[in-house]
Design a protein around this ligand. Sequence first.
Ligand SMILES: Cc1cc2nc3c(=O)[nH]c(=O)nc-3n(C[C@H](O)[C@H](O)[C@H](O)COP(=O)(O)O)c2cc1C
Length: 475
Amino acid sequence: MSLIVGIGLRSGTSYRELRDLVEKALAGLSPQDVVQVVTVEGKETEPGLQRLVASLDAQLFTAPSLELSQQQVPTPSDEVERLTGTASVAEAAVILSGAELVVPKQRSARATVAVGKLLNSQSMAAPGYPQTERETVHRVLAERRDVRRGFLDHPIADDVLTRVLESAHRAPSVGLSQPWDFVLIRDIATRRKVHDLAIAQRDAFAASLPADRRSAFDGLKIEAILDTPLNIAVTCDPGRGGRHVLGRHADPRTTWFSAAIAIQNLWLAARAEGLGVGWVSFFEPGEVGAVLDLPAQVELVGYLCVGHVEEFAAAPELVRSGWAARRPLSWAVHQEAWGQRGLPGESPSQVIVRDAVQAEGVAKPVGSQVVHLVVVDAAQPELLERPEALVVQVAGEKPAADFGVLWRPARSADEAVELGVEVARDLVLQGVGQIVVELPVESDISRALARGVRLGGLACGITVDEPGKMRDSSA
Ligand SMILES: Cc1cc2nc3c(=O)[nH]c(=O)nc-3n(C[C@H](O)[C@H](O)[C@H](O)COP(=O)(O)O)c2cc1C
């Protein structure tokens, strides 16, 4: 059980008075279950309160008095309301935490205490974020979309844009280096130049695709540079903050991560303001840098098309068009170490294989591409150069990138099966309708990966052939 203690106190209330009052209020409940002490903003520096929180080994939170005053409390006090604006700080603090009030207000000469119980799912609920507000935060996260269509011809008000940029600028950054800048682009001539660059890259990408994938791509809109009143280029200055940026020395990538997080903040704040944002990355970054006259040390991280929209689609456009699909969360969560997959509260298992087996035979529309998949061990590096095939290397040695080899260094047969399922799933999502698997020299690992490909292929309703082997539909 997790308990919340709400406290109202006059300045200077002693630790002893608070301790006695809390003990009385907790009668029959264990002080060890107290996880949070909540009071009104401004009282967090009270020494008696700080000592009480330390003795309970709990966390101290404060809530704004305005929010406390808006809570309906069972034991209101006119006098307290006159003095503090809140009918009972102690009870309001408990209720605001999302807890169920189990001990109504108890009083001493200078303080009041109330106790609440958190339901399991509410453990460590954040004071100041009642359930409905928490849901709104999660809703914004779920309803943020990459938007490329349906922009309105409305200007973006300066105060709205400033709020959005303010949120972006509040993003976490390595060593608080804030390596980002935001270039606001409205000029149509500049946007045309950037648009030309995106179209050239779009054509180059289209030319690299197999025929049916290409026709699927032709139906996709990948930018809204000229359809939106505002474009924002978000940049990164990797040297911002100088030589001794805290946390950057061992991993310089953190600078670019920071700039990317600023974009995510911008994206979310824009969603809450009804502004659609579409990220365009069909660029060689230096070319955009030249159009925008970026200094040499400043790099483009993201190019965003921004404008008001009437609605946000319920699912990503790439999902709705059948171009891509979301990977299940349970595949992405590992407990303690890689491979022990499962959601919190679940026992770790080989969920990838389990899901593939369960989904087996489910009829789905499949593409017409045939992919020749060659599973290779390091023992045969000469087999890696097979431009007509998709070569998967399962051994530990990283192949030279320019072969286009898919490197899947499986450390066990179980891991190889999982990797195989994912390889098959990715191929099916890319419009492959048949996989022909070849194992030039068999090993436990290469056989296991092939088995995974078979499982994944069957789960997605496509044919997986191994020439020289009977088709194995039982996998
Ligand atoms: C780094 C990055 C680059 C992207 N580049 C493009 C792009 O060039 N064109 C495009 O149409 N979408 C682009 N997207 C949007 C993704 O396709 C989109 O986020 C994904 O399909 C999920 O959809 P959602 O954002 O609506 O949830 C990009 C997204 C990110 C994070």
